[in-house]
Design a protein around this ligand. Structure first.
Ligand SMILES: *Cc1c(COP(=O)(O)O)cnc(C)c1O
Length: 396
């Protein structure tokens, strides 16, 4: 096949050449000075990325490992917590917290919608035993961005800990941990951070550290106080995934060298590119409002087989996109625009989707969707990230 593979999936994502070269270096020892220097530099950059003065701990695991570490380090069996289930990954919070033996109260949100912060406030007011709130910043199964600043405003003035899965948000849209008053923020390497899977990152607030220090760790491997002790010496508790840390050193340099604002600007512009292109194709969104900045979920017209459309996109054009999960299997397409993905990759994705729809089902929208998508991209680069863009003007 002469096509270049384009991964437009919500992880893993394509990798920059600089990162791949860093990953390819021979091993250095994780308990010696050469590594300590790299770890110290990475730690400083991670604090900037997370917006925190607290430590950010690397864990050798996928993102779910950090979710597990949070549930097992901050709460004791029998304690009551609130989980917002707005999709597949919200359900994972329920599974993990239940396995920890926590007493789980749920707010179930229809797939494609954001949670209403008032509902969280009411639930916490009615039940003073609730000790923590778990949710996603970005629910990757639906493409929804949750109203985190409003939710953090509710929890920060109580003794309820706010635990956020930022796996498809960190490095993609702003979520400054300390400024918002988030108690636990975590991510994985294979989404916004332009790295292979296998590394998770987690940070706790000062009050969350007090909790973690007062609790018997629930798990031998994910022991956050022990990890914190080692990080003070620029090491990890167990053998470090050395090459992933070396890759992270480079990817953080790429993300931070021009300031995080530039990263968010690019992500916002890619989001606008995708959404205006899709709109011009005549398709609808699963998350019309409250959409996330690293992935766009698109409803397929009635009767369209999403699996077939995606197979054509991959086979003929080399573009790999994601379908729906659970009851949305075959019914939606999710275009990832996270990691080392730029405008030309997303244009390729839109074209491959359009062709897939046409070849499989004869579906054909307007013919100027690529121009509209690019016009939206260029306009979005001139506005404040997150701000809606004025009417998209296509050059005639
Ligand atoms: C990808 C993702 C996960 C799962 O992470 P793994 O690295 O597969 O463990 C969890 N939560 C969200 C929001 C994600 O996007």
């Amino acid at each position: 096949m002469l096509n270049k593979l384009r991964l437009l999936t919500p992880g893993p994502t394509p990798l920059p050449e600089r990162v791949r070269l860093a990953l390819a270096q021979d091993m250095i020892h994780h308990r010696k000075d050469d590594f300590h220097k790299i770890m110290a530099r990475v730690e400083g950059a991670l604090q900037t990325l997370f917006g925190t003065k607290e430590v950010v701990l690397p864990l050798a695991s996928s993102g779910t490992g950090a979710m597990t570490a949070a549930a097992y380090s901050l709460f004791k069996p029998g304690e009551k917590v609130l989980v917002v289930e707005a999709g597949k990954f919200g359900q994972r919070w329920s599974e993990i917290t239940q396995m920890r033996g926590l007493n789980v109260v749920k707010i179930i949100v229809p797939w494609g919608e954001a949670v209403d912060p008032n509902q969280i406030a009411d639930t916490l007011n009615q039940d003073k035993d609730i000790r923590g709130v778990f949710l996603q910043i970005s629910e990757t199964s639906t493409g929804v961005l949750q109203p985190i600043p409003e939710i953090a405003e509710i929890t920060r003035n109580t003794d309820v800990l706010l635990v956020l899965d930022g796996i498809s948000a960190i490095g993609l849209s702003p979520c400054p941990m300390d400024a918002l008053g988030i108690d636990c923020l975590l991510t994985g390497s294979q989404k916004g951070l332009m790295l292979p899977p296998g590394l998770a990152l987690i940070a706790l607030s000062a009050r969350a550290w007090e909790r973690a220090s007062s609790i018997e760790p629930g798990c031998f491997y994910f022991n956050l106080p022990a990890e914190r002790k080692k990080l003070a010496k620029n090491e990890t508790h167990f053998t470090t995934p050395v090459n992933l840390i070396c890759g992270l050193d480079v990817s953080l340099d790429m993300l931070l060298s021009d300031g995080l604002e530039k990263v968010y600007q690019k992500q916002w512009a890619l989001t606008m590119l995708t959404r205006y292109g899709i709109k011009a194709m005549g398709l609808e969104f699963l998350a019309p409002k409250n959409f996330t900045w690293g992935i766009t979920s698109i409803k397929l017209p009635e009767g369209v087989d999403g699996k077939q459309v995606l197979a054509i996109a991959q086979k003929k054009f080399g573009v790999c996109m994601a379908g729906g999960q659970d009851h949305l299997k075959g019914k939606i397409v999710r275009i990832g625009h996270m990691g080392w993905v730029d405008w030309s990759d997303v244009l390729a994705g839109l074209y491959a989707l359009d062709q897939g729809l046409f070849e499989a089902h004869g579906f054909s929208g307007s013919r100027d969707y690529l121009e509209k998508a690019m016009a939206a991209y260029q306009t979005a680069l001139t506005v404040e990230p997150g701000q809606d863009i004025p009417e998209v003007l296509v050059r005639s």
